[in-house]
Design a protein around this ligand. Structure first.
Ligand SMILES: [Zn+2]
Ligand SMILES: [Zn+2]
Length: 185
């Protein structure tokens, strides 16, 4: 089975990485391995915004994956605040039907909104947004069902409305994608 690689980018709360490595195999059916690749994220810094260009991070993950001859899906996990020039911020980005995705916990913390910290809520949100980005890798676009993990979220309130699961329409597409990796050496 080709594993899903989890790549910490920048200084990461180890609890978040451990949680994803624990829950993603259950929720996706993929084995997860941590890839200790060095991503020079400072090169993705957008000076004028104080954020990090997520598409550049995807490019950097790709360079590392190519160097390591890693053929499977790769998910960068970061606390950096992500953006692209046309959007104020992103919870994550993925290449549709590609192999590279990134998810950010930055705006998933209650503290970001001036609220008391809640680590189980944070982990739940990171899991959902990770599944969402993996869904894009599987070729899924945004789903109209607000409870489906593929629903488009522009706020944490919308993230909280979703379940950490694909709806009946999205699930078969995702499962077929997972199976493709399960069948590969
Ligand atoms: Zn999306
Ligand atoms: Zn759906």
């Amino acid at each position: 089975m080709t594993p899903l690689r989890l790549i910490p980018i920048g200084s990461m709360n180890p609890g978040v990485m451990e949680y994803l490595a624990l829950v993603l195999p259950e929720s996706t059916g993929l084995t997860c391995v941590r890839a200790p690749w060095v991503i020079n994220y400072t090169e993705a810094y957008l000076n004028e915004r104080g954020q990090y260009h997520s598409t550049r991070l995807l490019d950097m993950i790709q360079v590392q994956a190519d160097g390591a001859r890693a053929s499977g899906p790769c998910l960068g996990v970061t606390e950096l605040d992500l953006a692209v020039p046309i959007l104020t911020f992103l919870f994550g980005e993925a290449r549709l039907q590609g192999r590279f995705a990134v998810v950010s916990a930055h705006r998933l913390h209650q503290a970001f909104y001036g609220l008391p910290g809640n680590s189980s809520l944070l982990l739940n949100r990171v899991e959902k947004e990770s599944l969402h980005e993996l869904g894009h890798l599987a070729g899924l676009r945004h789903c109209r069902l607000s409870s489906c993990v593929m629903a488009f979220s522009t706020s944490v309130e919308q993230v909280d409305l979703k379940e950490a699961a694909f709806c009946d329409r999205c699930l078969p597409v995702f499962e077929a994608w997972v199976q493709g990796w399960q069948n590969r050496p």
